[in-house]
Ligand binder design. Structure first.
Ligand code: ADP
Ligand code: MG
Length: 227
């Protein structure tokens, strides 16, 4: 209990600070990104390359600040009926530039005609991005990320499978603890936020992993959840 308490304290204090911090960082980031994009248009190839790198780093910073902001400040929920098929296509398309850069191929298999799901599009987007980001980071030499969607009883199942490093079995239960990260530059917030969002949709997140073979994240979201 003490450990739990300590952890939730750590989260609320650090979380609140981080949210304010993240918010303050976003505006200057947007400005820098804008000017870089402008500069990139009229410079020679070598500098162009540097600017691409900087732009990618800015994208990364944006993602981290977004993660932080979701933790401490869950925005007002906006639930609507969504088609997960086109939703997933859309997220994958958004990540395509990063995937290309990392030699990652994104495959999508939709096995059924899916009913609409009552969900918060922006929150779910965050979940998918977190999971895809982890998958890419687990495959430094590239590989394939396979996404499958199917109907599974009263749930829609989404599985996202990578060919990455895998996670040691004894560590799987710890994933999703705030700030628990095995990465030098990790935040350890992605899975915690994702799990929180999935649970607020009455769904579940299942993690399966084999060392040196890969990891599969399965999200189950209930069908017919509209009240
Ligand atoms: P972060 O990515 O910032 O470290 P996350 O909460 O997203 O934080 O993930 C926590 C940890 O879980 C990661 O540091 C990593 O060790 C492990 N992990 C998550 N997804 C994967 C994956 N697909 N393959 C291997 N390890 C993973
Ligand atoms: Mg992550």
């Amino acid at each position: 209990t003490e450990e739990l308490l300590r952890r939730s304290e750590k989260l609320s204090v650090v979380g609140e600070l981080a949210a304010g911090f993240a918010h303050e960082i976003r505006n200057p980031l947007t400005t820098i990104k804008g000017f870089l994009q402008l500069l990139k248009k009229d410079t020679d190839t070598k500098h162009n390359e540097y600017m691409s790198i900087m732009l990618n780093e800015i994208d990364r910073l944006e993602m981290i600040t977004n993660e932080f902001m979701v933790v401490a400040k869950p925005q007002v929920a906006n639930y609507q009926m969504e088609d997960l098929h086109s939703f997933t296509e859309n997220v994958i398309q958004f990540l395509q530039p990063q995937a290309l850069l990392k030699k990652v191929e994104m495959e999508l298999h939709v096995e059924d005609t899916l009913p609409l799901i009552y969900c918060d599009r922006n929150q779910l987007r965050q979940v998918f991005i977190n999971i895809y980001k982890n998958a890419m980071e687990a495959m430094p030499d590239g590989g394939t990320i396979t996404t499958k969607l199917w109907i599974n009883d009263e749930y829609i199942s989404i599985s996202i499978e990578d060919q990455g490093t895998g996670i040691p079995e004894n560590l799987i239960p710890r994933l999703g603890e705030p700030f628990y990260t095995l990465k030098e530059k990790g935040t350890g917030l992605g899975l915690m936020v994702s799990r929180k969002i999935i649970e607020s949709h009455d769904g579940i997140l299942i993690i399966k992993s084999k060392m040196n073979i890969g990891t599969t994240m399965i999200i189950n979201l209930p069908i017919n959840k509209k009240e």
